[in-house]
Design a protein around this ligand. Structure first.
Ligand SMILES: [Zn+2]
Length: 119
């Protein structure tokens, strides 16, 4: 059985149903509480994600901008990144979750604060 969101294989009995979709534990938690996706350590299935998409990774314009900023600034606080992109923190978190799945960016704790860095 496969998660319909991240296409990760789900062990029998560990699937969750949400709005008619079969989801793995992590995606299920994700849809139930969007804040969960802020967890920079919750990385899974990125390899599967790329395989599912034939190794082709299509970045949206905003995702490309995030990568460009990270390339020039190195580590950056999510708040600052959102401010630079002029998008809401919630929207940024969604973009970062996608980039994390693609192994483009990840979160790193420095002095107890979360920074976004290149993978
Ligand atoms: Zn999933």
């Amino acid at each position: 059985m496969q998660c319909e969101r991240c296409h990760q294989n789900i062990a029998a009995g560990e699937q969750h149903e949400h709005l008619g979709q079969v989801l793995c534990e992590e995606c299920y938690m994700d849809v139930l509480s969007p804040a969960k996706s802020c967890d920079p350590w919750a990385v899974h299935s990125a390899k599967t994600f790329e395989k599912e998409h034939g190794g082709q990774v299509d970045l949206t314009e905003i995702q490309q901008q995030i990568l460009d900023i990270l390339k020039t600034s190195g580590a950056i606080r999510p708040e600052e990144l959102a401010a630079r992109l002029q998008i809401r923190p919630n929207d940024l978190q969604r973009e970062l979750a996608t980039l994390r799945h693609m192994e483009k960016t990840r979160g790193e704790l420095r002095n107890g604060k979360t920074y976004v860095i290149l993978w």
